[in-house]
Design a protein around this ligand. Structure first.
Ligand code: FES
Ligand SMILES: [Fe+2]
Length: 418
């Protein structure tokens, strides 16, 4: 249980809030590269409570500046990118990548008025099919090259959803191993029963005999021993990590996945499911195969949560805790010790910032930032590649080319024009 003040410190992401300052020390993905591939494209984004416009200028560079023109406040989402910046559609003021106004076409030629105008601009970089932004103090650290972003011979998909709740309750779900046997096990069986589907289609209802959490260089490794398993099984021996502060790595030998939680503001989170499907041994994935980008539905046409897939179940659990979970009334038990460990880690890292130090996972050394390997079990629940077999019960069922991806991974041909 937390006090109201502790809960606010944990969850508030604005520029002057402690957690907002911590989160600003990291790069966050704000779009798929394919969304802003075309020169002249603009996209309105909100990150850490700040309204921004992402654009691709005529020199093929991405820019990210404040959403509102300083003149009379129209949204630059409708601005038009130039050779080196974005011009307001209303009266033509031009802003460079730092948000500095560099032209005011209807002011006297020698006016210095424009020099006083800056709407803010932030660095952006692309990696692995995603566009990342950094809103923190200069100099920006390295954009981490986590293994899945740079791995060869995989087929990638990017699912996303805008989740109407605070990012911390999504992360806490990732430090909560036992929900697997309930939310994705017994509850899944109930959903199958309601749908008239055979319940033995899905079986991860095994009881947790043991759970464990270990801090490592990049975050926390989560481990479990299920009924019928021992500590020799990879679910315990290897486990899988949350990468500090806002990413989960899951999957198995068939598909590896990052779940990236991007705080939009205190009450909304942009969620990415970034998946790399692994072709079977000896099979080569086609080079330059496009990354499909798809939205994962939260609710159906009747306004009910879509709970017949794993990620839909998770979203239901995250969102129904409230837009910001009220931790003043929670009752944590021994099975919640991963959540407590994560909260303590956040508090510890907040202190580092206060002391002028870099927090955990801020990488400055380019030598370190080279295909950073993250541990993850290949043999999940001792089923030998469960995820690849259940891609249709996972968010990837919304990938328009899922059937083709499975074919490719088995060694089949590409037939679509994607
Ligand atoms: S409102 Fe943007 S130039 Fe006038
Ligand atoms: Fe889950």
């Amino acid at each position: 249980m937390l006090s109201k003040e502790q809960n606010e410190t944990l969850t508030q992401v604005g520029p002057n809030k402690p957690m907002g300052k911590l989160l600003r020390r990291y790069w966050h993905p704000i779009a798929a590269s394919s969304e802003v591939e075309k020169i002249g494209t603009t996209k309105r984004v909100k990150l850490l409570g700040e309204n921004l416009v992402l654009y691709r200028d005529k020199s093929n560079n991405l820019g990210l500046v404040g959403d509102r023109c300083a003149h009379r406040g129209v949204s630059l989402e409708y601005g038009f990118p130039t050779e080196c910046g974005i011009r307001c559609q209303y009266h033509g003021w031009l802003y460079d990548q730092t948000g500095q106004c560099v032209e005011q076409p209807n002011e006297p030629e020698n006016s210095t008025f424009k020099n006083k105008i800056n709407i803010g601009g932030y660095p952006v970089k692309e990696l692995g099919g995603l566009v990342f932004a950094y809103l923190g103090p200069a100099p920006a650290p390295e954009l981490p090259k986590w293994d899945l972003f740079v791995r060869d011979n995989v087929v990638r998909t990017i699912g996303y959803a805008v989740i109407p709740c605070n990012w911390v309750q999504i992360m806490e779900n990732s430090l909560d191993p036992t929900h697997l046997e309930w939310l994705h096990g017994h509850y899944f069986e109930h959903v199958f029963e309601q749908q008239g589907r055979p319940q033995d289609e899905w079986k991860i209802t095994k009881h947790h005999l043991k759970i464990g959490f270990d801090e490592f260089e990049w975050g926390i490794i989560k481990r479990r021993v299920l009924e019928g398993q021992t500590e020799e099984n990879e679910d315990w021996a290897v486990g899988h990590p949350i990468v500090f502060p806002s990413m989960l790595r899951v999957g198995d030998s068939g598909a590896h996945s990052f779940q990236i939680r991007v705080p939009i503001d205190d009450e909304n989170t942009l969620h990415f499911w970034y998946t790399c499907f692994v072709p079977k041994e000896g099979v080569q994935a086609p080079e330059k195969y496009p990354i499909s980008v798809y939205e994962c539905p939260i609710k159906d046409e009747n306004g009910k949560f879509v709970v017949d897939y794993i990620d839909g179940q998770d979203m239901m659990a995250w969102i129904t805790q409230g837009s910001v979970a009220d931790r003043t009334t929670e009752r944590l038990g021994t099975s919640d010790r991963g959540i407590i460990m994560y909260r303590q880690m956040l508090q510890r890292e907040l202190k580092k910032i206060e002391n002028g130090e870099d927090p955990k996972c801020v990488i400055r050394d380019p030598e370190v930032n080279n295909n950073i390997q993250l541990p993850q079990e290949e043999d999940k629940f001792s089923e030998g590649g469960l995820l690849s077999g259940v891609a249709k019960d996972w968010n990837t069922r919304y990938a328009p080319n899922l059937d083709e991806i499975i074919e490719i991974c088995k060694g089949g041909k590409v037939t679509s024009n994607l």
